[in-house]
Design a protein around this ligand. Structure first.
Ligand code: ZN
Length: 134
């Protein structure tokens, strides 16, 4: 498997508008608009930082995964995403190594990326996202 870089850090927030007050108004990171991925009950906004990005995630429903995360653990870093060259190959290799996958096959994430999550049980407590962009 070839990991190319940290693609982004996912940060769970109650409100992207409120989050922008820190990430954009204070830190000066560009806000390039938000996108809702309805099946995942989440609105995301990406803030480029050099070759990586910060992703703010806001729930669109009280029972969405981000809402549940904030309920349990509060706002903060929710996942780390690695850009991989070939996500199908990467998932195959991880499966062979006994890593527990949340997504057995890639799904479509924000910006049309192909993404898949690995279970924190297999990664030392870190929710890891793999992401392949065309
Ligand atoms: Zn992400």
């Amino acid at each position: 498997m070839k990991i190319l870089k940290i693609d982004h850090l996912g940060v769970a927030v109650k409100s992207i508008d409120k989050g922008k007050e820190f990430w954009t108004d204070i830190l000066g990171l560009a806000f390039e608009g938000a996108e809702t991925v309805e099946v995942q009950k989440v609105t995301t906004a990406f803030f480029p930082v050099g070759e990586s990005e910060v992703e703010l995630l806001e729930s669109t429903a009280p029972d969405g995964p981000i809402a549940r995360y904030i309920e349990k653990r509060g706002e903060g870093i929710q996942h780390i995403a690695f850009r991989v060259e070939n996500i199908d190959e990467a998932l195959e290799e991880l499966k062979e190594n006994g890593i527990q996958l949340i997504d057995e096959t890639p799904r479509t994430g924000a910006g049309g990326a192909r993404i898949a999550f690995l279970h924190p049980k297999s990664t030392g407590g870190v929710l890891v996202e793999l992401c392949e962009r065309g």
